[in-house]
Design a protein around this ligand. Sequence first.
Ligand SMILES: [Ca+2]
Ligand SMILES: [Ca+2]
Ligand SMILES: [Ca+2]
Length: 385
Amino acid sequence: MRPYSLAMLVILAIAGHAVGEEDFSIILLPDTQKYAESYPEIFVSQTEWIVNNVDALHIAFVTHLGDIVEHGGFGPGGNGDNSVEWDRANAALSMLDGHVPWGLVLGNHDFDLWYAPSAGSQYFLERFGAPRFTDQPWFGGWSPDGYNAAQFFVGGGRRFLNLHLVPDVPPWALAWAQSMIDSNPGVPTMISTHIYMKENGRTRFPYMNMYDPNWGGISGNAIFEQLVKPNPQVFLVVCGHIAFERFQPSLNNLGQPVLEMLTDYQLRPLGGNGLLRILRFSPSANAIYASTYSTWYQTFETDDDSEFTISLDFARLGPVAGDTNCDGSIDFGDIDPFVLALSSADDYAVAFPNCRRYTADCDFNGQVDFMDIDAFVARLGAGLR
Ligand SMILES: [Ca+2]
Ligand SMILES: [Ca+2]
Ligand SMILES: [Ca+2]
């Protein structure tokens, strides 16, 4: 621990001038099933492009929205072995390893038997189960069945939680998701699940898609009502499954916007033309810029449902790291609460009942300790907001 005097912190704060938090991007990879079946080189073009643009676009996270492969566990022609598609998917997605936090979720095509999710997916567990990710500092845990997983990512001064949830989110997955939210209170959260929105207007699926009596899933509408709407930290839900592009803002129980987005290009030529969705978060503009890019043709799709701007008051996502008194800026007033958060979680909770101790986690590792001092001083000096 370096000896920082209060005077030194004050000098830093005076020197600082308010600057906006940096833009960052997340990438949505929808339904890759046709690439895994027939066009593995297009799948590779997507992950290769992501790796090549991690720095330029400040890519903070990549989420695959499910239907990783076409033939689940039964394989092309029903020969009972689909290693080829799963190995292609694994080869493409493995390119992300070591470059960017990422995760994926099962779609209806990814279970060993289509639409029989209770049969499980050995292919998924073997290649993409939790043990693959547990050594990653950004990995956030998984459900007991191994099919739902959590990741953390950092962008624009905030640490985010992502939950990948199995299709139709059955009760045990719902309970696990709620437990993850409860153990990370206030952390801005996005949900990736394969089946959620429908193609028409402002709608989600009003019925279950996985016709499996042993699964007991719920509809998209029920996912919204039971998980999204009552948890104000959930601000974004992304899905695939049906080949449309849709976006709708909905309101949670506090009247705050929840952004809901469907992307899926599987019915385009070449199983999707290599299209993926880029979401550039711009805290200084209070906006998310959505764009759609073909990594195969190296062209943007620019029609209205592929390129658009979403207004989002970033204050709705909670305070940024360093704003330890949660007043919307990082300045002198945050020094004492930072020290308090460091020394006693209980005292901090009493003194700042409407704030979050994670605001002192300035190195974004999920812990509040002495290791955060350098990063706090740097953020104070920069006068971020
Ligand atoms: Ca379009
Ligand atoms: Ca503050
Ligand atoms: Ca920390």
